[in-house]
Design a protein around this ligand. Structure first.
Ligand code: MN
Length: 705
């Protein structure tokens, strides 16, 4: 295990102003709380956090990150708490450790590889501070380096996660070496045969052609010396995994695969980069289409370099990258370069990107040529307004920010959404309107027979949930209408001394050109069709009998023979109430109640006023009055009310649900009745009904007269 003083020295090398006491304290604390714990390999557990810290010293990271590495498993695996870590090492470290703990707790168990992208976005979204991801990546790197001591099954699972989530994440952060090493370690577990064959092939090549890397490096060196350019040349065979991936992508056999060697030329100045390029292209032929200048057009993660491929010795393709030392640091460390130290001070590398700005600016400076990078950026940009939550099985569900457990339920399946009763988030019961946060695990508790509530529309944010709830409410309305229609037709049949039956209803439906008796009932219930019409259709004689008592004169006395009239919508006067007529050009006469407030506006136009009276005989039940009702939400209540109105020989011509609470409905009901006396009978009957909490006549003066 790396000794505490060795670690302090490693940090001191690049950061002489580092707080050695803080690192010593964290080391001692970690050693103590992890005491008695062991890794699979049998080593003391604390060797792991120390190794993670050492990896981060290679990236020359700040004290907070190093201390976080030493403590990264304490909150999760020991009796240490957030507040204790905060007290001992400060809020910054406590928050970083907490962030790492949260990432560790993510259930990555999902076997769907399409979820990998979600996980990567989730990682980014959950990490307010990208140093959390740097520690997590170093943690994964050390675990992968020491994976041999794990069970085979566990090895495969960790390797897949590494390949699908952590290596691409390192790539996205611009940490090229980290990406390559993670890939290679995972490749070793996932496909050892392929990896071994590639390594054997390298060995054979070397035996046949000699040390190609050494020879090409020497060739380049010679050319640079001749041109008098001060630069370093590095060459290497590419990692087995990247060779293998190229073989897969291009479907090439190993022998035909070119550019398995990569060379880097690190210069002192930017101008030298272009001089080197000239030297290389003069000496070897450039391969068309492989030249890219990321110095004049850097990538968004700060990457700068010139890329070219030339035909080298024996026509073998050789890939060359040319950049300055500072550019190289950014290319290797990626966003980590922002925190790096060099010679005791924050490196202040002009090419390093500020991680916060990096995320904010991802979508700017799009380069048409760099399509892949563009796609990456678009994907990255998307997650800022999204949250990622988990099913109990560990599947990721991606939702817009502000989404609630109901949105989550509908995202799983409409059936799940519709039957939601309550929900647990991270194991705790919460209200359905709770806003979900990244990484929460959501359990939906559902029950057979549960139906969506109208109030849910206000709770959900996704279109999918909204439309599913509306659809279900519509269907439920239809069910309600059918029920109501059944009551209305039953009452109508009883009025003529008959019993309703399915045969009569399906006959009426056929005669009226409707689909079936359910369609008929729904139409009666929704007031599209009057129950009276059903009776008239089946028993034309009976319905005529019913009308003989009615005075067949015009209901209103005082109009000219050619004057049409209608009742004003605002006050809906009924026979028995004092009325007055107002003439409208083209509309005839509109009849208002004498106390209707609308009349006040017409006082200065006396020429339009007409004195009118209702005739004194019996009126037909055709005068619509709107009622506001509040009734209890119990089975059968609505039906009883309809029966009650039917018993009073009045007709419901329209019905609208205004508000649906768990215990009460508010609804508006239009009732066609004879006169004021009839109206009072109906009101009395309704008021006497125990399930009617409130009933009143609705005279809405906002309605057009
Ligand atoms: Mn760890």
């Amino acid at each position: 295990m790396i000794d505490v003083e060795d670690l302090v020295a490693l940090v001191h090398n690049y950061n002489p102003r580092s707080n050695a006491e803080l690192i010593r304290a964290a080391y001692a604390y970690g050693l103590r709380v992890h005491g008695g714990q062991f890794r699979h390999s049998g080593e003391p557990y604390f060797t792991h956090p120390v190794a993670v810290a050492a990896i981060l010293t290679e990236q020359r990271l700040d004290d907070a990150t190093i201390v976080t590495a030493l403590l990264h498993d304490t909150i999760e695996d020991t009796k240490a708490t957030y507040s204790e870590v905060a007290t001992l090492f400060g809020e910054e470290v406590a928050e970083l450790v907490d962030g790492v703990t949260k990432l560790t707790n993510l259930q990555l168990s999902s076997s769907h590889s399409k979820q990998a992208e979600n996980f990567r976005k989730l990682f980014m979204a959950m990490s307010k501070d990208l140093r959390v991801i740097l520690v997590k990546l170093a943690d994964r790197l050390h675990n992968m380096r020491t994976i041999k001591s794990m069970r085979a099954e566990k090895q495969a699972q960790k390797a897949r996660e590494t390949m699908e989530i952590f290596a691409p994440l390192a790539g996205r952060m611009g940490m090229q070496w980290m990406r390559e090493e993670l890939e290679d370690l995972a490749f070793r577990v996932l496909n050892p045969d392929a990896r071994n064959s590639i390594i054997r092939r390298f060995i054979t090549l070397q035996r046949e052609a000699g040390d190609v890397v050494y020879k090409i490096t020497a060739d380049i060196r010679t050319e640079l010396d001749r041109a008098n350019i001060d630069a370093d040349v590095f060459g290497r065979a590419k990692k087995p995994y990247s060779v293998w991936r190229k073989m897969q992508e291009k479907d090439l056999s190993f022998s035909r695969l070119s550019d398995i060697y990569g060379f880097r030329i690190i210069t002192k100045t930017e101008a030298d980069c272009y001089r080197v390029l000239g030297v290389i292209h003069q000496r070897w032929r450039a391969v068309p289409g492989r030249f890219k200048d990321y110095i004049s057009q850097p990538k968004n993660n700060g990457y700068r370099s010139i890329h070219t491929t030339v035909s080298g010795r024996d026509g073998k393709r050789v890939e060359v990258q040319i950049r300055t030392r500072q550019m190289h640091e950014v290319a290797e460390a990626g966003v980590a370069a922002h925190w790096s130290y060099r010679e005791g001070v924050r490196a202040n590398n002009p090419f390093a990107v500020d991680p916060a700005k990096w995320i904010a600016k991802l979508n700017e400076n799009m380069d048409d040529e760099d399509h892949d990078a563009f796609m990456e950026n678009v994907k990255l940009e998307m997650f800022t307004d999204q949250v990622f939550c988990f099913t109990p099985k560990g599947d990721v569900i991606q939702l817009p920010r502000g989404a609630t457990p109901l949105d989550f339920a509908y995202a799983i399946h409409t059936r799940v959404g519709n039957s939601t009763v309550s929900t647990k988030v991270d194991g705790i019961r919460v209200p359905l309107w709770t806003r979900l946060k990244n990484g929460q695990s959501v359990e939906i508790i559902s029950a057979e027979g549960q139906r969506p509530q109208a109030s849910w529309i206000e709770i959900v944010t996704t279109g999918r949930a909204k439309s599913a709830i509306r659809r279900s409410l519509r269907e439920e309305d239809r069910g309600r209408f059918v029920k109501l229609g059944r009551e209305l037709t039953r009452a109508a049949f009883e009025n003529i001394g008959r019993k309703v039956n399915d045969k009569a209803l399906s006959t009426a439906a056929r005669m009226l050109g409707l689909v079936d008796e359910i369609d008929l009932l729904a139409r009666v219930g929704s007031a599209e069709l009057a129950a009276r019409r059903v009776i008239e259709t089946l028993y034309p004689d009976l319905s005529r009998d019913d009308s003989h008592e009615v005075d067949s004169r015009r209901p209103v006395v005082g109009l000219g023979d050619d004057q049409t009239f209608r009742r004003a919508n605002c006050c809906q006067p009924v026979p028995g109430e004092r009325i007055v007529g107002i003439t409208y050009r083209g509309l005839g006469v509109v009849v208002h109640a004498i106390d209707c407030p609308v009349l006040a506006e017409l006082e200065d136009q006396p020429e339009r006023w007409v004195d009118l009276n209702w005739h004194s005989g019996r009126h037909a039940p055709v005068n619509t009055v709107r009622l506001d009702l509040t009734i209890s939400n119990d089975a059968g209540v609505l039906g009883r009310i309809c029966t009650l109105i039917g018993e009073q020989k009045a007709n419901i011509s329209d019905l609208q649900f205004m508000d649906r609470k768990p215990d009460f409905y508010r609804l508006q009901m239009d009732v066609d009745l004879r006169d004021l006396e009839h109206f009072h009978m109906i009101m009395t009957a309704l008021e006497a009904e125990t399930d009617v909490a409130e009933v009143s006549r609705n005279r809405d003066m906002r309605r057009k007269p």
